[in-house]
Write a protein that binds this ligand. Structure first.
Ligand SMILES: NC(=O)c1ccc[n+]([C@@H]2O[C@H](COP(=O)([O-])OP(=O)(O)OC[C@H]3O[C@@H](n4cnc5c(N)ncnc54)[C@H](OP(=O)(O)O)[C@@H]3O)[C@@H](O)[C@H]2O)c1
Length: 250
């Protein structure tokens, strides 16, 4: 049977806002059935209202058992799994002078450990469906970010996991790629605990630095996730695609 986008079952973490919501809606619009995951039920509900193909599950990916629970929920509902999008993540403004073990652990648990445990739990299903994993990194997964070094390091780790898993799973026909967005409209800066005035200043500074002259919109990122996960991208694996209005070129 030739697999099409419309047959697929997709897990999207962090689907209650920003890039994750756009990814969930874009997959649903392509005909896929989507399980959107996050901590805030109300936010997920807003996402689910955008398309009937989106089901939701509240889970805190800091919890060790959450990954298996998420994968089991998708499989119980649809008896298959084709795509895992590891989108949930957080940023942290953390200059070295203010760095603490607890904050490093919290950041890495969400940005590195949770995607790893989700991929681990999804693997038997992805092997069966010859499915695919897309990890959401950042421009700063391969560029330095003074003042937020551990965010950059966590995304660098995710990119290296992407390449290593791509090789490890190639024989199973499971493709693994990453998307590295540049500054994109979302709740990320507010979620990092920054006051509104600082958020606005950061956004203005970023827009000025980006060659295309503005921050990205979540839809502009989501569309490339669909391309990376598309069954027609049969020979693409282990790649990190940067979508950032040209920021990486500077
Ligand atoms: N926006 C950008 O400029 C940008 C640039 C490069 C990369 N990225 C990456 O893009 C991804 C999406 O971020 P975004 O910008 O769309 O930010 P966002 O709006 O803050 O979205 C992050 C999502 O992750 C979920 N999440 C956070 N902690 C979680 C946890 N412990 N368990 C389950 N879900 C959790 C949040 O939902 P709950 O709070 O309800 O759990 C939220 O929906 C992240 O990996 C981020 O690092 C963003």
């Amino acid at each position: 049977m030739t697999e099409t986008s419309a047959d697929r079952v997709v897990i999207v973490t962090g689907a209650g806002s920003g890039i994750g919501r756009a990814i969930a809606v874009a997959f649903a619009q392509s005909g896929a059935r989507v399980l959107g995951v996050g901590r805030r039920q109300a936010a997920l509900h807003e996402t689910a209202k955008r398309h009937p193909n989106i089901a939701t599950l509240t889970a805190d990916l800091h919890d060790r058992d959450a990954a298996q629970t998420v994968v089991d929920a998708a499989f119980a509902r649809w008896q298959r799994l084709d795509v895992l999008v590891n989108n949930a993540g957080a940023t942290a403004v953390m200059p070295l002078a203010e760095t603490s073990a607890d904050r490093i652990a919290e950041l890495f648990t969400l940005n590195v450990t949770a995607p790893s445990l989700l991929a681990h739990a999804a693997l038997p299903h992805l092997r069966r469906s010859r499915g695919t994993i897309v990890n959401v990194s950042s421009t700063y997964g391969h560029r330095p970010l003074p003042g937020a070094a551990h965010y950059a390091a966590s995304k660098a780790a995710l990119e290296q996991l992407t390449r290593s898993w791509a090789l490890e799973l190639a024989a199973d026909g499971v493709r693994v790629n990453a998307l590295a967005p540049g500054p994109t409209e979302s709740e990320a800066l507010t979620a990092a605990g920054l006051p509104d005035t600082v958020v606005e200043q950061i956004k203005q500074d970023e827009a000025t630095r980006i060659p295309l002259g503005r921050r990205g919109e979540p839809d502009e990122v989501a569309t490339w996730i669909l391309h990376l996960a598309d069954p027609s991208a049969t020979w693409l694996t282990g790649q990190v695609l940067t979508i950032d209005g040209g920021l990486e070129l500077l």
